[in-house]
Design a protein around this ligand. Structure first.
Ligand code: CEZ
Length: 791
C-alpha cells in the first residue's frame, strides 16, 4: 500500500482511504501548497503577508498554519470530475468529492511534483502538480487515457475551488480570448488607513486553460445545483451552463468533451493562481503556453525543469547507507528538502519567531551556508544594545510582529551561540565574528562577537536573586505564559539552556583566541548548573520551573505535568547532571514519557487549566505542547543523548521520528514518511486511541536538529576548527554503514565497520592510520576515502 519508487524519487500510496490525510507539499520562493491524497489543498502565497487564492466556502480566519487541519466536503481542492457520456456514470479524481473507490489508485509524492493516477472503469486520469520557481502559480497537467477495449465518449471537468473570496466584493467570468476563468474580489477592510495596502493586493484568482474548453462554469451555486458538491447538477447536464458570478460565490470549472479510441490519450494543461489584473493572466498565457525555445519547449515545460533544479539545490551535505533503507531514503532525500524549505521560505512568514529563524538557519548551514550567514547577521541587526533579542525577526520592510511575537519570551538570546556553532563547525568561517553590525536602537554598531557577548550578558542579568532565569510570558515553550507574568517566576529549562549557551560561547571564544572571555562564560555556566542542582533537582529528575508564587512545578508531587522532557535533556547538555542524576533522569524519561511514537514532552498531560502555568495546560491532552511527542523537544533530548554517549537510547528515539517502516505504524500516524511533523499525539498512557497521530504540520524546528543528530551524533562527522572530527555512534545492531560527506569543498567517502578486537575507534584516510579522530588539512575539490573501524 506504501512504497518508495526504485530510484527513491517518489513515495507512493495506493489507497485513497487507508491514510486519508496522507499528504505532500511543494513550495517556491513565493508560495506553498499542501496537497492531500484525496485532492484537498491548502495553498498560500506571499504579498508580502501570506494570502489565499483558493478559499473555503465561509469567512475564514487569518491565522498561521495549523496542526491537524480538518478537511470537509467543501474544503478547497483540485479535482477532475469524469462523466461517461453513454451511461452517465460519474467519478472524480483523485477521490473527492464523489468518493467512488477507483479500480487503481496511486498518489505519488515527489520532490518537485505530485502525481495521482486514478483508474475507474477503464478510464485513467493522471493529474500532475508542479510549480514554477518564482511565480506563485500551480502548474497542472491532466491526462486522460482510454484503457478499455472499446471507444469511449467522456466529459471531463477540471474543478478548482475559488471559494468565498470576500464579503465586500466578489465576482467571476470566463474570458474567451485567453481561455481563462478570472474571479475578482476586494480583500475586506474597514479602516481607510488600510486602503493603501489593500489596493496593492493580488485579489483575483484565475484558472487558465491551454486548450479551448467545450463549456465552463463560474457560479458555485449553479454548478452544484440540487446535486450538491458530491454530484453536481452541472455535471449531470449535457453542458455546463456558462454562467458568470456577480456577488455570488465563484468557482472555476471547465468541461471538455472527448471521443476516445482504445488506448488513446489526451492531455490538458492549466495554470491556477492569484493575479492583480486581467492583463496579468494574458501575460501568464504568453509566458507558459505561447513562448517556445528552439527545442520546442514552452514556458510550462521550462518552468517545470527550472523548478526541479531549484529543489535539487536543497540537497544536504551527506548521503548515507545503513541497514535501514527507509532511514537512508528519508535522510538522503526528504530531510534536507524539509530543512531547505524552512531556510528558503522562512515558513512563509515575514516575522519568523527569533528562535525559529535562528534554528532554521542552523539547518541551512548544512545546505546553503551563505544564506545562514546572512540570516545570523540580519538577526543581530535587530538586537537591542542591551543585548536583548526581539521576539521575531522582521524580514520584509513592511513586516510587523504578529501573533505569538507580541508576547514577551525570554529565551531568544540562548539560540545565538548554539545555532552559530553549527555554522562555524560546517564552514570554519570565524571571520563572521568580526563582522560589524548595527544595533536596532541608537547609532551604535559592534562586531558579531560583541553582539553575542551582550546577548550572553543579557541572560546573565535576567536572573533572580537565586541565579535562576526569569521566564516572563514564556521561554522555548510559547504557551507557558503564566508561570512568570508577574515578574518573579523562573524557568529551570532556560537556566540550563543558558548554561549550555555559555559553554558553547566559551568554546567559540576560546577557539577565537579570547581566553578571558571564555573563562568568564565557563564560570557563568558553572554558576547556573549549581543553582539548577540546588533548586530544581527533585530527587529523580529536574523540575521545570518555579512560579511567581514560588511553587516548584514539574515534580513528583504534581499529578499532571510531573515531568518535562526539556528540563532533563538540557541538564545533560549543560553538564548540570552528574552520573547519578543522569541515570535517574534517563530512567524517569523512559518510564514516564517514552511511547511507541517517540518521547513525550511532558507527562501526564494536563486535563485542566493550571493558572500558575498557563495556556499550555489548556491545550487538549496529548496535543501540541501539552504532552504530545513534540518532535522539536524530542530531538533536543536525542541530541543530548548523543552528546552524553547514550547511543542506543538516542537511536531508538531518533528512528521513531519517522513514520514506519511498518504499515501499522504509518496508518496509526496517518502520514507518509516524506516529512517530520511538529508533533505526533502523545498521552499514550491515558488516551492510547489517538496516540501517534500526526499533526501534519511540516513547519518545525525539529528538522535542523535531526540533521545535527545525524551529523554530530549517529555518524559523528562534525566539523571542527582544524578539520573533520570522525566519531560514529552506530546502534549496536549495525555491523557497518557508510556515508559520503561533502565538507568545505571536499568529498569524503567514509566506510564504518565493526571489527572484533578494536578498542578505540581507528581512522584510516586513503589507507593510512590517522592519530586522533580528526581529518586535518582537507583540500577543497579533493576526494578522500576513509575507513573507520569501531568496536
Ligand atoms: O509554535 C512553536 C513555535 O514556532 O511552538 C514551539 C516554539 O518553540 C516554536 O518557536 C513550542 O512552544 O502558540 C502556540 O500555542 C503554538 O502552539 C505555537 O507555540 C507553536 C505552533 O506549533 C506553531 O508552529
Amino acid at each position: 500500500m506504501i512504497r518508495s519508487t526504485e530510484n527513491n524519487e517518489y513515495y507512493e500510496l495506493t489507497s485513497p482511504t487507508k491514510i486519508p490525510k496522507a499528504s505532500g507539499f511543494l513550495w517556491n520562493d513565493n508560495m506553498m501548497i499542501h496537497m492531500n491524497c484525496r485532492g484537498y489543498a491548502v495553498a498560500q502565497f506571499m504579498q508580502p503577508e501570506p494570502a489565499k487564492y483558493s478559499h473555503s466556502p465561509n469567512l475564514e480566519a487569518k491565522t498561521f498554519m495549523q496542526p491537524e487541519q480538518p478537511y470537509y466536503a467543501h474544503h478547497p481542492g483540485r479535482f477532475v470530475f469524469v462523466k461517461d457520456e453513454e451511461n452517465g456514470d460519474i467519478f472524480s479524481a483523485p477521490y473527492e468529492p464523489v468518493r467512488v473507490l477507483p479500480d487503481n489508485y496511486t498518489f505519488a509524492v515527489g520532490k518537485n511534483n505530485i502525481i495521482w493516477k486514478v483508474e475507474s472503469n477503464g478510464v485513467l486520469i493522471e493529474m500532475k502538480l508542479s510549480l514554477p520557481k518564482d511565480d506563485p502559480y500551480e502548474l497542472w497537467e491532466v491526462k486522460v487515457k482510454n484503457l478499455s477495449n472499446k471507444k469511449r465518449k467522456l466529459s471531463i471537468y477540471p474543478y478548482y475551488t475559488v471559494g468565498y473570496m470576500s464579503w465586500m466584493n466578489q465576482s467571476g467570468e470566463y474570458l474567451e480570448d485567453i481561455q481563462a476563468i478570472v474571479c475578482s474580489s476586494i480583500t475586506p477592510y474597514q479602516k481607510y488607513q488600510d486602503y493603501a495596502k489593500i489596493k496593492e493586493l493580488n485579489d483575483k484568482t484565475f484558472l487558465l486553460a491551454e486548450k479551448k474548453p467545450f463549456s465552463w462554469e463560474v457560479s458555485q451555486e449553479v454548478f452544484e445545483g440540487e446535486g450538491g458538491i458530491t454530484l453536481p447538477t452541472g455535471i449531470q447536464e449535457e453542458a455546463l451552463s456558462k454562467s458568470d458570478s456577480r456577488y455570488e460565490m465563484p468557482t472555476a470549472v471547465f468541461q471538455y468533451k472527448l471521443e476516445m479510441d482504445v488506448n488513446e490519450e489526451q492531455s490538458y494543461r492549466f495554470v491556477f493562481g492569484p493575479a492583480k489584473y486581467d492583463e496579468d493572466v494574458t501575460a501568464v498565457r504568453n509566458k507558459y503556453f505561447e513562448a517556445e525555445n528552439e527545442a520546442g519547449e514552452d514556458g510550462f515545460v521550462l518552468a517545470e525543469k527550472e523548478y526541479a533544479k531549484y529543489i535539487a539545490e536543497g540537497s544536504g551535505c551527506l548521503q548515507i547507507k545503513t541497514p535501514d533503507a527507509h532511514l537512508d531514503n528519508f535522510v538522503n532525500h526528504w530531510l534536507p528538502r524539509q530543512i531547505y524549505y524552512h531556510g528558503i521560505t522562512n515558513r512563509l512568514s515575514t516575522d519568523p519567531q527569533t528562535r525559529n529563524y535562528l534554528q532554521d538557519n542552523m539547518g541551512m548551514s548544512y545546505i546553503k551556508p551563505s544564506i545562514a550567514r546572512h540570516a545570523f547577521v540580519h538577526a543581530l541587526s535587530q538586537q537591542e544594545s542591551s543585548g536583548a533579542m526581539p521576539d521575531g525577526i522582521t524580514i520584509h520592510e513592511d513586516a510587523e510582529l504578529k501573533y505569538i511575537n507580541q508576547v514577551p519570551h525570554t529565551d531568544h538570546c540562548v539560540w545565538l551561540p548554539i545555532c552559530l556553532s553549527t555554522y562555524l563547525d560546517e564552514t570554519n568561517d570565524y571571520a563572521i565574528l568580526d563582522e560589524v553590525v548595527p544595533f536596532a536602537d541608537g547609532n551604535e554598531e559592534a562586531t558579531v562577537m560583541e553582539h553575542i557577548n551582550r546577548a550572553m550578558y543579557w541572560l546573565i542579568n535576567d536572573r533572580d536573586e537565586r541565579g535562576l532565569n526569569y521566564i516572563n510570558q514564556g521561554d522555548w515553550c510559547d504557551p507557558m505564559n503564566m508561570v512568570g507574568y508577574k515578574g518573579k517566576g523562573v524557568s529551570g529549562w532556560l537556566t540550563t539552556a543558558s548554561a549550555y549557551a555559555f559553554m558553547i560561547w566559551a568554546d567559540i571564544c576560546e577557539k577565537n583566541g579570547l581566553q578571558d572571555n571564555s573563562e568568564k562564560f565557563r564560570q557563568e555556566a558553572d554558576k547556573s548548573n549549581e543553582v539548577i542542582n540546588k533548586y530544581l533537582w527533585d530527587g529523580e529528575w529536574y523540575a521545570r520551573g518555579i512560579t511567581d508564587d514560588n511553587v516548584v512545578f514539574g515534580i513528583s508531587k504534581d499529578k499532571e505535568g510531573r515531568i518535562f522532557l526539556n528540563s532533563q535533556g538540557w541538564a545533560l547538555l549543560s553538564g548540570a547532571a552528574d552520573e547519578v542524576k543522569k541515570e535517574k533522569l534517563l530512567k524517569s524519561v523512559v518510564d514516564q514519557l517514552e511511547s511507541p511514537y517517540g518521547v513525550e514532552m511532558l507527562g501526564p498531560a494536563y486535563t485542566a487549566m493550571r493558572e500558575d502555568v498557563g495556556r499550555v495546560t489548556q491545550k487538549h491532552p496529548g496535543s501540541a505542547e501539552n504532552g504530545s511527542v513534540y518532535n522539536h523537544a524530542a530531538v533536543f533530548y536525542i541530541y543530548a543523548l548523543y552528546t552524553a554517549g547514550e547511543t542506543e537510547n538516542a537511536y531508538r528515539l531518533l528512528r521513531k521520528m519517522i513514520p514506519g517502516p511498518d504499515l501499522d505504524d504509518i496508518i496509526q500516524r496517518g502520514q507518509l514518511p516524506v516529512f517530520i511533523p511538529n508533533y505526533y499525539r502523545g498521552a499514550y498512557r491515558t488516551i492510547p486511541r489517538t496516540a501517534g497521530r500526526s499533526s501534519h504540520l511540516f513547519n518545525t524546528g525539529t528538522v535542523s536538529w535531526v540533521y545535527r543528530c545525524i551529523v554530530d551524533g549517529l555518524f559523528g562527522v562534525q566539523g571542527a576548527k582544524d578539520g573533520l572530527r570522525i566519531q560514529p555512534q552506530l546502534p549496536a545492531d549495525w555491523q557497518e554503514a557508510s556515508v559520503t560527506r561533502s565538507f568545505r569543498g571536499a568529498d569524503i567517502e567514509i566506510d564504518i565497520r565493526r571489527e572484533a578486537g578494536i578498542r578505540e575507534t581507528e581512522l584510516y584516510v586513503n589507507g593510512d592510520l590517522v592519530e586522533g579522530n580528526v581529518m586535518k588539512d582537507l583540500k577543497s575539490g579533493e576526494k578522500y576515502k576513509v575507513l573507520v573501524k569501531v568496536q
